[in-house]
Write a protein that binds this ligand. Structure first.
Ligand code: Q46
Ligand code: ZN
Ligand code: ZN
Length: 319
């Protein structure tokens, strides 16, 4: 197996590109794909202050590393979800990554600051754990980006994630979500600009990137993910990809090129109804936002929701 660029010994094959790469040229190709996504969708300006949501897993640490390598000013944001050992270990990986590189990491601990953790909060609120978790994270990421004055919020969604979400939304014809499933959402209506610069890389590639860069990420999956529909969509797409390399890529990028704009009017309709949450001021269609309602039903409490910069890599909460 030879590297497509230098003909030296290859360490990885990328079947959808029908190409093999050595270490150096694989890392270069990862950087190139991220740079291409950023340029193609005008994700990040050269002087932007960037906040990346970090879980301690391969994708978020890979994108943090790649963005720093590409010369962007990027701080990290870690949210402790209170999911037992999983959260404790993920915090260690995020913190160690940041401190080893002298990067700034903001941390928010959900149980300490908001008085609930995902497993018990979800049960009390009668929501699926991933639904309560996704809602909490989205709110805390958005708020931290806005309060911290960041120009753009980055998440580590990769091609597998986006293709699986698209698959689920298409399977059930959630057309209102299809209109919003873009790699860039501009800042508007009280939401920060949100971007996904990893959409051109698969999770196998982000794992390989971390391995080759010596990034010590949390390998364990979240214990609450078991039975999650998103995972079964990923598995289904992986089966298709084995037989038809490149299928995931053409499914997702074909959607962006040819179909996504058809659903934009429906997504825009939802936005016309937005007003400020009576409790926290976040944009919502009701009197109070879904996050504030979740906090209440989960038996938590609302603090002053302003994340605090704690200096380089120190941990703490917003209280
Ligand atoms: S952390 Fe949260 Fe994921 Fe765990 S509870 Fe579900 S959404 S699986 S990315
Ligand atoms: Zn090479
Ligand atoms: Zn609210």
């Amino acid at each position: 197996m030879k590297c497509v660029t230098c003909r030296g010994p290859a360490v990885i094959d990328i079947r959808r590109q029908n190409a093999n790469y050595c270490v150096e040229h694989f890392l270069e190709q990862c950087r190139r794909q991220v740079a291409k996504a950023i340029e193609q969708w005008d994700m990040i300006g050269p002087t932007d202050r960037v906040l990346v949501a970090v879980s301690g897993g391969k994708d978020s640490l890979a994108i943090w590393d790649l963005l720093v390598d590409l010369g962007y000013r990027v701080d990290g944001l870690y949210v402790g979800l209170g999911i037992g050992d999983y959260s404790d270990t993920s915090a260690v990986h995020a913190t160690q990554f940041a401190s080893a590189r002298g990067l700034e990491l903001i941390t928010i601990d959900l149980p300490t600051t908001y008085g609930y953790d995902i497993p018990t909060g979800a049960r009390a609120a009668r929501r699926a754990p991933c639904s309560a978790c996704g809602l909490s994270k989205r709110h805390l990421f958005d708020t931290a980006a806005l309060e911290g004055g960041y120009d753009v919020l980055v998440t580590g969604h990769n091609l597998d994630d986006e293709a699986a979400v698209l698959f689920g939304n298409t399977l059930h014809w959630h057309t209102e979500y299809l209109g919003r499933q873009l790699p860039v959402l501009p800042a508007r209506d009280g939401f920060p600009k949100k971007v996904k610069p990893l959409v051109r890389l698969t999770e196998r590639e982000t794992a390989a990137y971390c391995l080759l860069r010596g990034i010590d990420y949390l390998v364990d999956e979240c214990p609450m993910a078991a039975g999650n529909r998103h995972l079964s969509y990923k598995e289904a797409l992986n089966d298709i990809e084995v037989r038809s390399p490149g299928a995931k890529h053409s499914f997702y990028f074909g959607f962006l090129d040819r179909a996504s704009s058809l659903f934009t009017p429906e997504a825009d309709e939802d936005r016309t109804e937005l007003r400020a949450c009576a409790l926290c001021g976040s944009p919502t269609t009701a009197d109070t936002c879904a996050f504030c309602r979740l906090v209440e039903r989960a038996g938590g409490h609302r603090p002053e929701p302003v994340p605090v910069h704690l200096g380089s890599t120190r941990r703490g909460s917003t209280t």
